[in-house]
Design a binder for this molecule. Sequence first.
Ligand SMILES: [Zn+2]
Length: 185
Amino acid sequence: MSKKRARLTKPTAQHRDPGLEEVMTGTTVFNVPFPADLSTLKGMSPLVIRFPYSVEYLHSYGQDSPFFAGLANRKLLGTRCGPCQYTYATPRLHCPACGRETDWTELPQQGRVHTFTTCYYGSEEFLKETPFHLILVEFDGVDTLLLARLIGVSGPEEIRIEMKVKAKFRRNSQLKTTDVYFVPA
Ligand SMILES: [Zn+2]
């Protein structure tokens, strides 16, 4: 190891002086000392401030918009490729097989559980709802599956492959994929 590299290496625990862990909270300051002599300002320590920060996104659904407009109107939309005679439950704007633009089509609102999983951990948005059940729904006449939440069962032992389920929609659409969920039919 070169001398330069060695200097950049963090000191190990045994070389560091003992001390308490740093905390990220501090005292609210109302009067910041300010020198009368402005020439000393360049030697001033940097001010560090802490404040909450949030971001509001403006997000376009683009060509996927009809799917969400469908959810808001209690309709489940998929797409269909004419030449391939293939129907996608999760809409594909272009057919992955032949590349042609697909057409919107309404899906049945009843289907069957193809497979399922129970989530005991989730991302921040869904963490408070754990455990919850996710299912892949299989529809008659549709060639791909739809991922959705299954509500109305007390535990995974009540879920069965091939179990009949029906779609339900949130009364107040959030224009999110979670606007639709399934319950035992
Ligand atoms: Zn196609």
